[in-house]
Design a protein around this ligand. Structure first.
Ligand SMILES: [Ca+2]
Ligand SMILES: [Ca+2]
Ligand SMILES: [Ca+2]
Length: 417
């Protein structure tokens, strides 16, 4: 499970299969980590609870800091109706919450439900985050490292089609205040929100704004909030390149309020070569910190579906899916940056098994050590499964970890150049 130093430099840890139950598809993972390397992966699993292969439920598996399973995989919710799109958040002590969409009546009235667990996996209770007659979608959640307070965002109908809504909760699951709308501009569709939170409960939400809000197609917009839930600054546009569509934002924040938004940029010409991953840093006061920059270096074909995680000091890792780069359909690539957006590594291949499509990556950070974990979906024994890499070692950064520079020869490779 540990990276090794070969002739070509450090190689990321081998991948590990996350799902124990392999029949049908296990897809769309989310991952969250505490402050000493324990983490939880949650995903959709089809047909596992005894329904048809088309019925989706949500399962999860905890792991300890060695990357070994802690207990067995468990249903977050398995029922006769669909559960989907899980998202996980964990505080520094390892308490975690998984939010998901649940079809409350079997006819598509999806609502957002939250499930709370203690660090040892003990179930702490569940509750509706939303519960009305308007279908909801795309939940996102972030949790403050020390207090364990959390904020959930989702899509619901606003004055004009979909908009972004949110609610703050205390660590014990009690709502802190009423639901509020995040987006100020309501014309057209606002969707696919992502939230990041610092240790003091300041939080940043980003989303897609459709209908030409950025001047052409879809753009990425964001709003910063203070720890008291009030807006910090106003809603702002994140992308400066507006041609075509900027979609699928992912947000992370450091311990002390450094924010970053990543997204998928595509021209509207249908050319796969124009799909790339971009990032922009955000200040705690809700202003842009520097220019947007491209994350991926290999730009051939499609790069999309980014996920970002940030450690306590603001270093961040972006992972994405890239088409035709690992030799077989899509593969997972990642790259590490410092808090100023300077690259700390080149892009590197995350998945060990390259056959077929590895896609839908999710990343999380260990706040204390700055270690990162990645999870994704890829072919398993039957259909798709969920895989992970821990620790995720960014190659060009890792020449001097594990005491290499201290002269500890046990940390050196046995490879003789
Ligand atoms: Ca499977
Ligand atoms: Ca645009
Ligand atoms: Ca592949």
């Amino acid at each position: 499970m540990i990276g090794w130093l070969g002739a070509a430099g450090w190689v990321a840890a081998d991948e590990t299969q996350v799902n124990t139950y392999t029949l049908n598809g296990q897809t769309d993972p989310s991952v969250a980590m505490d402050a000493d390397g324990d983490f939880v992966v949650t995903w959709e699993s089809f047909g596992q609870s005894g329904g048809t292969f088309a019925l989706s439920d949500v399962y999860a598996q905890r792991f300890d800091s060695n990357g070994d399973p802690a207990g067995v995989e468990f249903p977050v919710w398995a029922s006769s109706y669909d559960q989907r799109n899980p998202a996980a958040a964990m505080d520094g002590a390892g308490n975690f919450v998984i939010v998901l969409e649940t079809d409350t009546n079997g006819v598509g009235n999806f609502q957002i439900w939250g499930w709370r667990y203690a660090s040892n996996g003990d179930f702490q209770g569940s509750q509706f985050i939303t519960n009305d007659s308007i279908a909801k979608r795309y939940p996102s959640i972030a949790k403050a490292a020390s207090s364990g307070n959390f904020v959930v965002t989702w899509d619901s109908l606003d004055a004009a089609s979909y908009g972004i809504f949110a609610r703050r909760f205390k660590a014990d699951g009690n709502p802190w205040a009423d639901t509020f709308q995040v987006n100020t501009t309501t014309a057209g569709v606002q969707t696919r929100s992502s939230i990041g939170m610092d240790n003091y409960s300041n939080f940043l939400v980003a989303w897609e704004g459709h209908g030409g809000q950025d001047g052409d197609g879809i753009g990425v917009f964001a709003q910063m909030y203070t720890s008291s839930g009030t807006t910090a600054g106003t809603e702002f546009q994140v992308n400066s390149t507006v041609a075509g569509n900027q979609t699928n934002p992912s947000v992370a924040m450091s311990w002390n309020g450094r924010g970053v938004v990543v997204w998928e940029n595509s021209a509207s010409d249908g050319n796969l070569n124009t799909y790339d991953i971009y990032a922009r840093r955000i200040n705690l006061n809700g202003s842009l910190a520097g220019e947007e920059f491209r994350v991926n270096t290999a730009t051939e074909s499609y790069q999309g579906r980014p996920s970002v995680a940030m450690d306590a000091i603001g270093d961040f890792v972006v992972a994405w899916a890239s088409q035709d780069q690992d030799g077989s359909f899509q593969g997972i690539y990642a790259r590490k940056f410092d808090l100023n957006g300077n690259p700390l590594s080149g892009e590197f291949l995350v998945n060990t098994t390259t056959s077929g499509s590895q896609t839908s990556p999710a990343v999380a950070a260990d706040l204390n050590t700055g270690s990162f974990v990645a999870a994704w979906q890829g072919p398993d024994q039957d259909g798709d499964g969920v895989f992970m890499s821990w620790p995720l070692v960014a190659p060009e950064l890792s020449l001097f970890i594990d005491g290499f520079e201290s002269g500890n020869t046990f940390a050196w490779s046995s490879t003789v150049p």
